[in-house]
Design a protein around this ligand. Sequence first.
Ligand SMILES: [Fe+2]
Length: 285
Amino acid sequence: MFTPGRITDIDARRSLTPAEVARIEASMDAHAVTILPGQNIDDEQQLAFSRNFGPLEDGANSGARDRDLRLPVVFADVSNLDRDGKIAARENKKRMAALANRLWHTDASFRVIPARYSILSGRIVPADGPDTEFADMRTAYDALDARTKAEIEDLVCEHSLIYSRGQLGFTEFLPDERVAMKPVRQRLVRTHPVTGRKSLFLASHIGTIVGWPQPEAMAFIRDLIEHATQPQFVYVHKWTQHDLAMWDNRATMHRVRRFDDLNIVRDVRRTTTKSEGPTVQQVAA
Ligand SMILES: [Fe+2]
């Protein structure tokens, strides 16, 4: 069973003490997911809270244009709202792109410096809204047999939003979007810098394994994702208004489930901090 940490006595609206930051980090190192319920925060408070855990990355997806955004680019607007604050129409481009959040993934594995923590604030969380599911990539790694562990130890994958969206048949990208979404390389097995635990760095953003024929690579990645998302590795989060959910992208995958997003407002806002650095050297542009 995968159980998140839960912290109920820290107020994310106030500036944190070093001891409070250390407690949250310890919870993240132990559990990889931590829930802080009852955090009725605004955007500024969320930004200040998040900066305790490293530099922020731009959360808006590559290729998004400022004029299309409801929130500043530092946020990933994971709501179902358009730039005017109305429920996004069925064919809305942001809505279409966000459908890929229903596939198992880690945030920003398609960036050269991938994400450390994602911090998701439930501002408007409908009772019949979707659950978010988290899978523990540490225990999933531990459960592999020795032969598979040896086989994957040094493998490198290519990640891009083009691959994850492409799985849903979303293939219309502008030329500058294709440049912005150029695949980046990441290790398949990574070691957590604090705990030293190994984990599978999997995501639907993967499009191939370097040096492998692509179909063979994708069949294998599919097997690994299937393995890593078995119920014993998964925590299902049922949202309550003002939950603040944090996850370590170096040690987990997640996905959001389907809901009636054309009729029910769900406003959740994500900030994301950067990890230590690239997991492998990148190929020259
Ligand atoms: Fe995500």
